[in-house]
Design a protein around this ligand. Structure first.
Ligand SMILES: [Zn+2]
Length: 383
């Protein structure tokens, strides 16, 4: 990976720096006065360049607690961890913490580094205990809380993630309501999986009271109402989605159509689509209207031609070609070929787009699998 490679290259000059530092710190045998030769080995600088394991072992063995020595240990440990050498980072930081005479500031910093080492190594209980200890002492408060939030997310411990996010919100002084809304949605999903629909609904409601713009909670509520045979309540939840974020309107069109069918009111669905087209520019709505015309045995060709000139889109073009195929027998083979080519292109097109890192998945994720940010994946703009 490029980052690891860059850090590996960073280690090279660091080794040289370590050698230079040790040359200064540890004088040659003839210059030593009152020091044990075994404590300050001759030629250490060269060893540091040639055999980093041996150099680290010697470094761990020495007990200096002055600023320069401790800073060097801490820097080396951080670099080891970032290079993926977590074992070495752990050894360095543990040896540092065992020293007597370490200043409180350095001790806390070493604890924070060690907690990150344990986190990277997957030793979650040790990492959690150290981060909590630092939080309890008010040290490294924000980074320790951020690490704890990440740790609880990795463990799918949404309750703890939620409580820690509230603490973090207070420390940072910024709203983390959208994140807290997602944690409530996670808890709601878990309740739904264990078939506790009442609790799932309650938690989806909590998500909305934390973050009124939580699209995910509205979708969840809609699905839960639908599953419990309450299409009217489901319609109310689904219709909230485009008002919260118009980019997600495509996510509710099929569920809404389904619910209106259950309510025996296709006209209400048609009215919703007409209203939606006036309110929001959405290729999905144009497509849904055209599909509804087809279903009602009307030719959507003229409607699509007019809309596609203003808002060209792949799926609408596919539907237009289908309409054209049905109305012209002589050009039908040509239109079919075009549709096949178009569909091949569409199948490879991702459906969603992370606004944070640019990752484009085929399915909707509430936490981006690439950058791990919440709520940054949105439907890809078809236009
Ligand atoms: Zn991302």
């Amino acid at each position: 990976m490029p980052d690891s490679l860059a850090l590996a290259w960073l280690m090279l000059p660091l080794g040289v720096a370590l050698g230079w530092y040790l040359c200064r710190r540890w004088p040659k045998p003839q210059e030593q006065t009152g020091k044990s030769p075994s404590q300050y080995p001759a030629g250490f600088a060269q060893t540091a360049r040639q055999d980093s394991d041996q150099a680290i072992a010697a470094l761990i063995g020495q007990t200096g607690t002055d600023d320069q020595t401790v800073e060097l240990h801490l820097t080396l440990g951080t670099l080891f961890r970032k290079c993926g050498e977590v074992d070495r980072a752990l050894r360095l930081h543990e040896s540092l913490l065992m020293r007597t005479g370490l200043s409180p500031a350095h001790r806390n910093r070493a604890r924070f580094e060690l907690a990150q080492d344990f986190h990277s190594a997957g030793v979650m209980d040790r990492a959690e205990a150290l981060f909590k200890q630092l939080v309890g002492q008010g040290m490294f408060l924000q980074p320790a809380l951020e690490s704890l939030v990440t740790l609880y997310e990795q463990a799918y411990d949404w309750r703890q993630a939620l409580e820690t996010a509230r603490q973090l919100e207070a420390v940072k002084g910024v709203s983390l309501r959208p994140l807290i809304g997602h944690y409530y949605c996670e808890l709601s999903e878990a309740a739904r999986q264990r078939e506790d629909a009442t609790e799932a609904l309650r938690l989806a409601g909590r998500a909305l009271s934390e973050h009124a713009g939580c699209v995910r909670a509205s979708l969840l509520q809609g699905a839960l109402h639908e599953a419990s045979g309450q299409p009217a309540a489901a319609v109310k939840s689904y219709r909230r989605v485009p008002e919260q974020d118009a980019r997600f309107i495509g996510e509710v069109l099929i569920p809404l159509q389904r619910c209106y069918e259950k309510l025996h009111s296709p006209a209400a669905y048609r009215e919703f689509l007409e209203e939606a087209e006036e309110l929001w520019v959405s290729p999905a709505v144009v497509l849904a209207r055209a599909q509804m015309m087809q279903k009602e045995h009307q030719d959507p060709g003229a409607y699509l031609m007019e809309r596609l000139q203003r808002q060209p889109q792949w799926r609408g073009l596919d539907l237009l070609l289908q309409s054209a195929t049905e109305s012209s027998s002589t050009l039908a083979p040509l239109y079919k070929g075009l549709r096949d080519a178009l569909r091949a292109v569409m199948e490879k097109r991702p459906g969603y787009d992370c606004q944070q890192c640019g990752f484009r998945p085929m399915a909707l994720f509430w936490q981006c699998p690439s950058c791990r940010q919440w709520g940054t994946v949105v439907p890809l703009n078809e236009l």
